[in-house]
Structures are given as C-alpha cells and as structure tokens.
Design a protein around this ligand. Structure first.
Ligand SMILES: NC(=O)c1ccc[n+]([C@@H]2O[C@H](COP(=O)([O-])OP(=O)(O)OC[C@H]3O[C@@H](n4cnc5c(N)ncnc54)[C@H](O)[C@@H]3O)[C@@H](O)[C@H]2O)c1
Ligand SMILES: [Zn+2]
Ligand SMILES: [Zn+2]
Length: 394
C-alpha cells in the first residue's frame, strides 16, 4: 500500500510499504477514505525528529471502512464505516472507566513514561503506524472506533478523530461562564473550532488571536472578535484587558503549543537539538526546557485573576520555565492534556446534522490525493495558499 512516511526534518515521502495485517485478536484493519494533516504532525515534521525513525508512517485523523476484524472484536464487522480516534484505548481499564482515554493503562507507553499510545506519533507514543495510508491496523479496535452512518460525506464525520473532541475539551476545560469572555490564542484548526464550539455553546464573547490574515478572517466571519498579533505583539495583554473592563478574559485557551511565534530562546533550543546526534537530542528534549513559550506566557498575562487557562496546544519540554509567582498570585487554574476523544463524541454528534452548525463540511481548505502529501505538508507548515486544514484522499 501507499503511506506517508517520515524521512527527516521537513521531509515526508509517500512510499510503498507492506499492507498491515491482523496481529492481535483485538485488531481491525480499516481501508482509509479520508485522513487529515494536523498541527501535531507539524511538530513531528519540525521539532520532535529525535523521537522519529525513518520510514515511520504518519497520521492520526483517519476514517474509512472496516475490512477485517480480529476474533475478539465482536462489535465491528467488515463494511462498517468508522472514524478512528487519534489515541488507542481499551475501554475497560481504570483510566478508561474514568473517561481518561489518553491515559489508557492497557496502551500507556511505559518505556517513555507517557500516556496512551497514539497513531503515527513517534517513539514517545508507541511508534504505532499511522493513518495517512491506504490501510490502517487499529489495535484495541473493540473500543478504538467511532461508528458513523452511511450517507453523508466523509467530512461530516472525519473531524471526530481529533479536531472536534480536542476543541470541545479545550472549551470544556476553559469553562468560561455564558455571560463571560473566552480568549483563544491560535486560530489554526483547533483554535478556530474551539471558537465555533464556544459560541455554539453560548459563551457571549470570544476573542481570537493569530497572525495569519486568512485565519483571522475565518474566525471573524463566524462572530469572533479578532486581534492580529502582528499589530499587537508588544501590547497584547493590555489590548485584551482594555476589551474586558481592564480585567482580562475569564478563560484563555492556548491552541498554539510548543512552536509559538515570538519565542527566540525556544527557537534556539529547537535549532540546537536538531543539530545534535539523535540519542543526545532525545535526552535534551526529555530533560530540558525547549518549548517556545510565547503563547502560554501571553495566556498567563491576559487571563483575569482567578481565571482558567486551558492548554490544548502540545508542549514537550521537561523543564520549561514558568512564572510561578504570577500564576500563584493571580490564582490561575491550569487545565491541559491530550483530548480524550470518546469522552466528547456523544456531546458533539447531535451537531453533525445537515444544518452543519459548526461548519465541518466547509472546514477543510484543501483536499488532495495522498500521493501529494509532501507538498501538502510544506504548504500547511508555511501557511501558503490559505491552507488551514488539509484532507488527504488515499
Ligand atoms: N491536546 C490535544 O489533544 C491536541 C490535539 C490536536 C492538536 N493539538 C495541538 O494543538 C495545537 C494547534 O493545532 P492546529 O492543528 O490548530 O495547528 P496550527 O499549527 O495550524 O495552528 C497554530 C496557530 O497558532 C498561531 N500562532 C503561533 N504563535 C502564536 C502566538 N504566539 N499567539 C497566537 N497565535 C499564534 C499560528 O499562526 C497558527 O495559526 C498544536 O500544538 C497541536 O499539536 C493538541
Ligand atoms: Zn491531530
Ligand atoms: Zn484503557
């Protein structure tokens, strides 16, 4: 089959690799019909190289048709239409019973001390072959699937794999009051969808911040008050406070993560690790503060006293410096983590109707054949041609 493989920093290639087969009785094989590129894939493309091996298959936002199931997967059969969540979880361990599916105790990657295994996401998360491919082996398939009805187009449902539950969790954790204000840093797919969900759930004011014109326009068109970071890099906190009675928003979502614009020190750390031998770089990343922290620092600065910061952008440094005095003095609540996909699906599903209140069917800016993945990655990373969300079609 054809699959998108990691080959090095900013280098992905479509290669012919062996078709996956059932290896465990809890596996299923899914023929992929749509599979997205995510901002998280960009971290692998650029920064998390030390944790990747040449030939690793990328991708964690797929959907398709079940081809074959293992003997213990009694709730799926060939022909079922499924979305595959980005995390692999068993559905029956302690963490799964707490709905903390990204902490699943059956699939936790104990070698690295990390949570549940993820598709296509480096040795840190189990080095499981990903879903940017013609076929995908789904481990723990008895739980790691979301059945969807036949009929509507793939794009009605494909974002259940990641974008929708991730944005939903970001909003739920932010917990802004209905008559309050939520600020969202980063208007990529995750931040954009978080704004839509917050407005849909009745948050009165949503302020979106980014530095890419078409991303700002997309959010503004849906009722978000936007701030262009290029105009307010120095005084962002003051501008946001001015908009919110001098106090700051009740809650802030950081939908940017470790590669934020405007963090010279972190940028240097990223460049240095990319020059080190793989083993040493891995050690540095796991022991040092290497993240570009500008977005999180902005969140800490702008959130009102006693407010909540919901971090949904991914961070990877082990010793990132944080202004503990400000966090403590302002009495800020921090909530974060990978999204527990299936925790939110029942809340989201009723919104995925013909009315399309969240605009999922027009959410993608680009739909391209899987074979064009190398160009698509480059376009998405460089934010060329208005690319916000790209769906690959195997
Ligand atoms: N927690 C999870 O489960 C989960 C799931 C999916 C994605 N993510 C993470 O969410 C983040 C966003 O993902 P995405 O797909 O939207 O990616 P993206 O890279 O397209 O979006 C990031 C956006 O942030 C903007 N930005 C950069 N620096 C900024 C700053 N200092 N202030 C404000 N905006 C800034 C960029 O211009 C860009 O539009 C990534 O870190 C991704 O890894 C987390
Ligand atoms: Zn993703
Ligand atoms: Zn589990």
């Amino acid at each position: 089959m054809q699959a998108v493989t990691w080959q090095g920093k900013r280098n992905v290639q479509v290669e012919t690799v062996p078709d996956p087969t059932i290896e465990q009785p809890t596996d299923a094989i899914v023929r992929i019909t749509s599979t997205n590129i995510c901002g998280s894939d960009l971290h692998l493309y650029e920064t998390l190289g030390p944790f990747m091996d040449k030939g690793d298959i990328l991708g964690h936002e797929p959907m398709g048709i079940v081809e074959e199931v293992g003997s213990e997967v009694s709730n799926l059969r060939a022909g079922d239409r499924v979305v595959v969540p980005f995390q692999i979880s068993c559905g029956h361990c302690f963490m799964c019973s707490e709905h903390l599916y990204t902490q699943c105790e059956t699939t936790q990657v104990r070698d690295h001390g990390t949570g549940a295994a993820l598709f296509g996401f480096s040795t840190l998360y189990g080095q499981v072959p990903g879903g940017q491919a013609e076929y995908l082996r789904v481990p723990q398939a008895q739980f790691t699937h979301i059945k969807v009805p036949d009929g509507p187009p793939d794009e009605r449902f494909v974002y259940l794999s990641d974008v929708l539950p991730t944005a939903w969790q970001a909003v739920a954790y932010a917990d802004a009051p209905k008559d309050g204000t939520l600020a969202v840093l980063g208007l990529g797919p995750i931040g954009d969808m978080a704004c839509r969900i917050a407005l849909q759930r009745g948050v009165e004011r949503v302020i979106g911040i980014d530095l890419v014109p078409e991303r700002l326009e997309r959010a503004q068109a849906r009722g978000v008050e936007v701030i262009d970071l290029r105009e307010h890099e120095k005084d962002l906190g003051a501008v946001v406070r001015e908009m919110t009675s001098g106090r700051g928003p009740d809650a802030v979502i950081d939908a940017v993560g470790m590669e934020a614009h405007g963090s010279p020190l972190g940028k240097l750390a990223h460049q240095l690790t990319s020059l080190l031998p793989k083993k040493v770089a891995e050690q540095v990343m796991e022991k040092a503060g290497v993240d570009r922290m500008a977005a999180l620092y902005s969140a800490i600065d702008m959130v009102r006293r006693g407010g909540t910061i919901s971090i949904i952008g991914v961070y990877g440094g082990m010793a990132d410096p944080l202004p503990m005095m400000t966090l403590f003095d302002k009495q800020i609540q921090l909530r974060m983590g990978q999204a527990n996909v299936k925790r939110w699906v029942d809340d989201i599903f009723p919104l995925l109707t013909d009315d399309d209140v969240l605009g999922v069917e027009s959410f993608a800016t680009h739909r391209v054949p899987l074979t064009e993945a190398p160009e698509a990655y480059e376009m998405f990373q460089k934010k060329q041609d208005g690319a916000v969300k790209i769906v690959l079609k195997p």
